[in-house]
Design a protein around this ligand. Structure first.
Ligand SMILES: Cc1cc2nc3c(=O)[nH]c(=O)nc-3n(C[C@H](O)[C@H](O)[C@H](O)COP(=O)(O)O)c2cc1C
Length: 290
């Protein structure tokens, strides 16, 4: 088992934390995190990602120098940083693998916060000694959280509507994009789908759309870009954050399905006759065993 508790509980427990206690991570916690990072390095589309824990030791004020988060994160004493080479599905893989780490840290009782925009990319890249062709798409602070969320943090959460999620009928469909998937028709897969729905996404845009094949445990995952995010990557010199969101959705779906004994694999198997709404792109299909 990957975690000490059911993953559905960990997914429900996680929320973005932006205020931390000024306290270095215990040596034992650092060790557990590092062991997890090393093993967790190949995504479902086979990209390799190398992750590193950048952590200040007691009395050390140099390690985190320059690792700016533009005032969004307060007091963090450690960050998870990863680098990945270019490939067609590298960002989906990065999202998937980094979310497994986020859930591992949550299980250890630590706070995290995905940062895809508000971090100083060049300094974090230097820290992990990223090669010319490697990208650092997102990072996360990891640490002991402050008891209360700060005023800035509460404002950021309010601005992104962080507690809100779209209803099922906007996200999950049967056979085509015009027919919402009733919970009963999802059967036992209602749980993995709900775990996708409550997951984190950049600016809480929730771009995941899933179409189930009738009568079969086959789920096609699509990315429906939010307006203004059509070329977010190139336009803002940022990674394409909505592709990271898709990897996160795949992670939540797969881990919770497997935990329920629902086995399957990721395949590239887009339904040919399906007409797609605007700004919608196929990502992958979950081929469940039955
Ligand atoms: C790929 C990705 C990038 C994100 N980038 C940032 C960021 O740059 N700064 C920030 O404060 N929050 C960022 N977030 C956090 C989201 O705003 C947050 O996940 C969302 O509002 C839902 O809230 P929750 O995580 O508390 O459930 C990011 C989340 C994801 C998944």
């Amino acid at each position: 088992m990957l975690y000490s508790k059911p993953v559905t509980e960990i997914i429900k427990q996680r929320s973005s934390r932006r205020s931390y206690r000024d306290q270095p991570l215990d040596a034992d916690i650092q060790k557990q995190l590092m062991e997890f990072l090393v093993k967790n390095n190949v995504g479902p589309f086979t990209s390799s990602v190398r992750f590193s824990l950048v952590a200040a030791q007691p009395g050390d004020s140099d390690t985190l120098k320059g690792l700016g988060t533009y005032g969004f994160i307060k007091g963090a004493r450690a960050f998870i940083v990863g680098a990945v080479k270019p490939s067609e599905k590298n960002l989906e893989d990065y999202g998937y693998l980094m979310e497994r780490i986020v859930l591992f840290a949550t299980d250890l009782g630590l706070g995290t916060c995905w940062l895809g925009g508000t971090f100083n990319k060049s300094n974090f890249s230097k820290k992990i000694e990223a090669a010319e062709d490697e990208l650092v798409p997102a990072v996360s602070p990891v640490g002991y959280t402050a008891d209360k969320r700060s005023v800035t943090e509460r404002l950021v959460r309010w601005g992104a509507g962080s507690k809100m999620r779209l209803p099922w009928e906007n996200l999950f469909f049967q056979e085509n994009f015009n027919t919402p998937l009733p919970t009963e028709a999802a059967g036992a897969y209602a749980v993995p789908l709900e775990m996708v729905r409550i997951g984190p996404s950049a600016s809480n845009k929730q771009p995941w759309r899933i179409v189930k094949e009738p009568g079969k445990p086959v789920f096609h995952f699509y990315l429906q870009r939010s307006k203004g995010y059509e070329q977010s990557g190139e336009k803002f010199h940022m990674a394409d954050l909505q592709r990271l969101d898709m990897g996160i959705a795949m992670c939540h779906f797969e881990l919770s399905a497997k935990e329920m004994g629902l086995h399957g694999t990721w395949e590239l198997n887009p339904p040919v006759a399906l007409s797609l709404p605007e700004r919608t792109k196929y990502i992958a299909s979950w081929q469940g065993e039955w």
